[in-house]
Design a protein around this ligand. Sequence first.
Ligand code: GLU
Length: 573
Amino acid sequence: MHNFFRRFALLLAPVVLAACSTVAPSPITASPMAAPSSGVVSAADPRAAEAGAAILRQGGTSTDAAIAVMLALTVVEPQSSGIGGGGFYLRGTSTGEVVTLDGRETAPAAATPAWFLDESGSPRPFGQAVVTGLSIGVPGNIALAAEAHDKYGTLNWANLFAPAIALARDGWEITPRFRDFLQSSPNRAGLTAEGRTLFYDAEGEPLAAGTVVRNPALADTLEALAEAGPGAFYHGPMAEQMVGVIAEATPGTDRMTAQDFATYSATWRDSPCGSYREYRICGMGPPSSGATTVYAVLKQLERFDLAALGPQSPISWHLFAESQRLAYADRELYLADSDFLAVPMTGLMDEAYLAQRGALISATTRMASAEAGTPPGAALTLAEGSEPTENGTSHFVTVDQWGTAVSYTSTIEGGFGSGHMYGGFYLNNELTDFSFVPERDGVPVANRVEGGKRPRSSMAPTLVYAPDGSLVLAVGAAGGGTIPVQVAKALIGVIDWGLPVEEAIGLPGLYSPGDAITVEEDSPLLAMRAELEALGHTIQARRLPFKANAAQLVGGRWTGAADPRSEGVAVQP
Ligand code: GLU
């Protein structure tokens, strides 16, 4: 049994008593008498969290700090995210203003729906496609950072790079988790000579945990971007060389060009927000499926008294699994880049529609099948796609002295992205988040590849406002398709079960996007197997790639939380 599950089991007794009592969980609101909060940073790596905290100490905003975290993660958690990838940024003020910025990687103009098909018209095997240039989209994180900094940053752009440059130049210790990644993904981490030299010894063995790694190529890249500004990433020699690396790795003649880099921009988008039990939940809309999926999972359950059931009731977990099935059926059919097709966002967030979907859920038996619904405004006839599962990414949260929070999920998609490197960092494989299958029986798949399109994401940076309107929670996660489920679980834990977010994140989990429920292996939830099977479920136990980070306003002070399954921490400036 993992340590955190042991802790969970110990924790459960008082928690369950509280959750099952008739007393409603205490609402999470700011205390009017509280001293002003100095902020917090929560990230998947302590050195990256410290980079953000250092920026807050200099008087930077949550945006400044978030950019510093994103850059530092490029150095110390290179398997998960970085400047070779993209991300989604959500910024919320203490009084309710929320904006989102889409820095998702983008397919080259030359890409077509047949991008991942071989000569015979069949989808290429994932393992083969991922290590080619076909999987690499134009990276968006530097453009995102530049846009966000222009609008909401106060410190000098170059300052934000200083912690990351120091880590890359002076060295950082390999952690046990990173070593495991090196061990399990030599074909990606060590695809290139650059990767092998950085992270493997002469015999091809991964460097041991505790080894200090220096990455001077990355220090040079970061220094160049700090000095020359973000434009240097998208125009001129750096962009041309990246395009060269990608083109060389791409089979066929259709490929990335310098023009694809030059025309990239991060895009401001409205944040879809909706109410759940008096709380206002704001998330990331298309090209992410994050907001709609988290919201559907919650809203479809609103008629059930989850607070009374509590986390120890198998019925709670049954309901949670059923709601996921419905939400993922809709996500699969409708969600994709809304610049390329009409995504029925209003319909998918519509309270009456979600109540009607929720009415399909029974507390006493499993639904025979969970099909996609027809949300108001859904005009297109679409077919279900086929996207491979993912397993990378990093979420982080920064809150500044003004109580403004940034909830930012950054990714290079799978562990070590495409495996291809440039200038000391890994280039993403985000384009494998597209459906490899472009159509079924002539019916198009929403998330098929198209030139200039952004692949559908599961990333779900989220902000929560309390009934009194104050910002009280920022949360998000890594873990591919499981991300919306992790976020929804955290929100049910906090809102319905009255748990501090750290415990809500630490709760064991299950994932039910289709016909079977995957329960986290070694989890105390497996003790509910018989009850869940009696309700009609098929249960499988597997490791789930959970890794969430959050910050919560408690008694007027922001405190951070990191997943007990991870190496993440929260740091107060
Ligand atoms: N590429 C995935 C997405 O955008 C995230 C990958 C992961 O977290 O493993 O949804």
